[in-house]
Design a protein around this ligand. Sequence first.
Ligand code: PLP
Length: 276
Amino acid sequence: MKRDDLLDFYLSGNKYRKLFSLLKSDLSSYGRILSYGGIQSNAMLSIARLAQQKNLPFDYHVRYASPQILDAKVGNFFEARRLGLQLHISSAASDEALGAQLRASIEDDTLFIPQGGASPIALEGVAHLAQEILQWQEANDMEKLFVATPSGTGTTAWYLQHVLGERAQVLTIACVGDESYLGAQMARALPSRYAPTILTTQKSYRFGMPHLDLWAQYEAVLAQGVEVDLLYAPVMLQALVENVGVWREGYLLYVHSGGVIGNATQKVRYAKLFGA
Ligand SMILES: *Cc1c(COP(=O)(O)O)cnc(C)c1O
């Protein structure tokens, strides 16, 4: 397992990679950062951290915010607000409509970050991740290597495979929406000769919805001393278990994509549903 979750407390995992090019840039010509998405999103917390580090106001738009999350004293939203996030609740009919509306409102000094950080700015940081993996692969003489990482927007998996090329095969799973949604998302990124392998599971798991299969995967890795996030990683782990035949002939590297701060609020949902 590659412990990208340890890169930074707030900016952990693939969000650190995706925002890397902005983190190291001088953003002083900007007056604010603007983004949108879910109220519990890991990207939201990471962008809040970026904004705080760069001393920029951060306006974040959501379409729905549950009272429990607004009042919670733990979790992504709570932490993001402490870092300075300013919340706006929109009446847009869909996330796409909200995104389009915000894009139209951008001023010259606005740094707009698309939902989930799905943007070509992600390439530079994800390429660093790929280089680290390739060095490790070479040092350990692992000719046939599979690299597993779960997908939301698919940005991480797509760029990772693009840079790894034929030297290692990325395995991923669509955690938000289905395979065709993920395929369409990926097709919007830069063209590449190499595509990640999208695994599937027998059951379909609705994004963010607690499920005992997923809890079992979470607990299995926890028993080995590593906490993973509850939204993405357990779905990927379930897919890896169900598709052992795909990767059994090679080495398997799991990229820990962070997101553990969000577990505090997700565990409350598990406790409510299953008494976990
Ligand atoms: C954001 C996130 C993902 C999905 O990353 P994409 O690049 O949007 O596919 C996966 N795992 C965790 C823990 C995340 O926070």
